[in-house]
Design a protein. Structure first.
Length: 162
């Protein structure tokens, strides 16, 4: 299981993904992260880890400024009684802590089936920004490279309008 941004950035380089990494103080919310976006190209994300009543797991990635309703997301991803995954489950499944949830964490999925959902509107942008497994940096990659990374990790995300 990858734990550090250095390990992740090595993998990105190894598979031919161009990236820019931007260090900043620790952030735990979208609002805190917004304070550190100056000079970073591309759109920023909101990354949500959910569990439903049947214990299905979901990683939903959308634009940071997009208003979302858990009930609406549940309908769109066909989930019942959607709730946020607890921190211990988040760390066990994705290897990250609250505040560092990221699509890059799919590299850590081993013994779980997690449905990855990418917002179609977000994927329409050329540059995307995510935490590199830690909440002390932001990494910029292209939307095409996000899909390349998902493929490398044997993940088949569903791209839908959220």
């Amino acid at each position: 299981m990858l734990k550090t941004q250095e390990e992740l950035l090595y993998v990105l380089s190894k598979i031919g993904i161009n990236y820019k990494n931007h260090e900043h103080p620790p952030v735990y919310t979208v609002e805190e992260a917004d304070k550190h976006h100056e000079g970073i190209e591309g759109v920023h994300s909101k990354n949500l880890f959910f569990k439903d009543k049947k214990n299905n797991l979901f990683l939903v990635i959308t634009l940071s400024d997009k208003e979302i309703s858990i009930k609406d997301i549940a309908k769109k991803i066909d989930a019942k009684n959607l709730t946020f995954g607890k921190p211990d489950l988040l760390e066990e499944v994705l290897g990250v802590t609250p505040g560092a949830v990221t699509p890059f964490a799919v590299i850590n999925i081993r013994d779980y089936n997690v449905k990855i959902v990418l917002d179609e509107e977000m994927m329409g942008h050329s540059l995307l920004n995510f935490h590199p497994l830690v909440n002390t940096a932001t990494t910029t990659i292209s939307s095409n490279d996000l899909l390349k990374f998902m493929d490398y990790c044997n993940q088949k995300p569903e791209i839908i309008m959220l």
